[in-house]
Design a protein around this ligand. Structure first.
Ligand code: PGA
Length: 261
């Protein structure tokens, strides 16, 4: 695991965007796993800026989003479909037919999950998966005690996650109980993982994920088994880590060929 501590969410997001831009420039048909929530917003803004000002080309890129609420259609203001349109897809030259999001309105949920997995496989697998982290340590919507080998499926949100996400809904009761999420096994097959976490309210989850034991109690801790997992965080989110000096030392002394910017 590589832990990169930056002075601000903005700086960490620019770095993450540079890593993804480098991938797209070397492999125009790259397959990206995308995330929603407040965490990736500055990262998406930077990708949009790179598209506009530096001709970053998404025309051959395929994307797969991590998750979607069950029961919310594309037009619902809190659906992740809508989130992705407004915060990224409408502003870049991605081909709509290559941007996949789990179907929250599927009549046969297990079948649609199997189809989602097959689509990822048929696209050649994920080159990079973008992740946020829940205050309870979830990745995607894989809540604590999710199987570390899980695949795309329906999950029930914890009361804490429903509360965390209530800000996107008119009332807290409207937050759906069920979601479709890529599994932890699905995420672990991405060739590279970029997890971002910002703010003091993520410090406990990040410390448990990075420096604690690998456990289904903290789903993000499974990334300790991933050969290419990068964790980009700000100062506030690093507050509970023990080895910050070493993480900074590693980043400041990277060989030139490993450097991003
Ligand atoms: P947030 O959510 O980016 O809105 O903090 C992260 C997550 O729940 O994975």
């Amino acid at each position: 695991m590589e832990v990169i501590i930056q002075s601000s969410q903005e700086n960490a997001s620019v770095l993450a965007a540079q890593m993804v831009a480098r991938l797209i420039r070397s492999k125009p048909e790259a397959v990206l796993g995308l995330a929603t929530g407040s965490t990736p917003l500055p990262f998406y803004r930077e990708l949009i800026r790179m598209h506009r000002e530096e001709a970053l080309d998404f025309s051959a890129v395929t994307t797969f989003n991590l998750d979607e609420y069950v029961g919310l259609g594309p037009r619902h203001p809190a659906s992740y479909y809508r989130f992705m349109q407004e915060n990224l897809f409408e502003h870049i030259n991605i081909r709509p037919e290559l941007a996949f999001i789990p179907d929250g309105m599927a009549s046969d949920v297990p079948a649609s999950c199997l189809e989602y997995e097959a689509r990822i496989r048929d696209a050649g697998g994920l080159d990079v998966q973008i992740l946020g982290i829940g205050s309870d340590g979830h990745i995607g919507f894989n809540e604590p005690i999710s199987s570390l080998a899980s695949r795309t499926r329906i999950k029930t949100l914890t009361p804490r996650t429903r509360l965390d996400n209530a800000r996107y809904f008119a009332t807290p009761e409207e937050v759906p109980h069920h979601v479709i999420t890529m599994g932890i096994g699905t995420i672990m097959e991405a060739r590279q993982v970029l997890l971002m976490g910002f703010g003091a309210n993520k410090a406990d989850a990040l410390a448990a994920a990075i420096e604690g034991p690998v456990s289904a109690q903290v789903p993000a801790s499974v990334l300790q088994f991933h050969p290419r997992a990068h964790v980009l965080i700000d100062e506030a989110a690093s507050g509970k880590l023990q080895r910050t000096e070493y993480y900074r030392h590693v980043f400041n002394n990277k060989p030139v060929w490993q450097q991003v910017s």
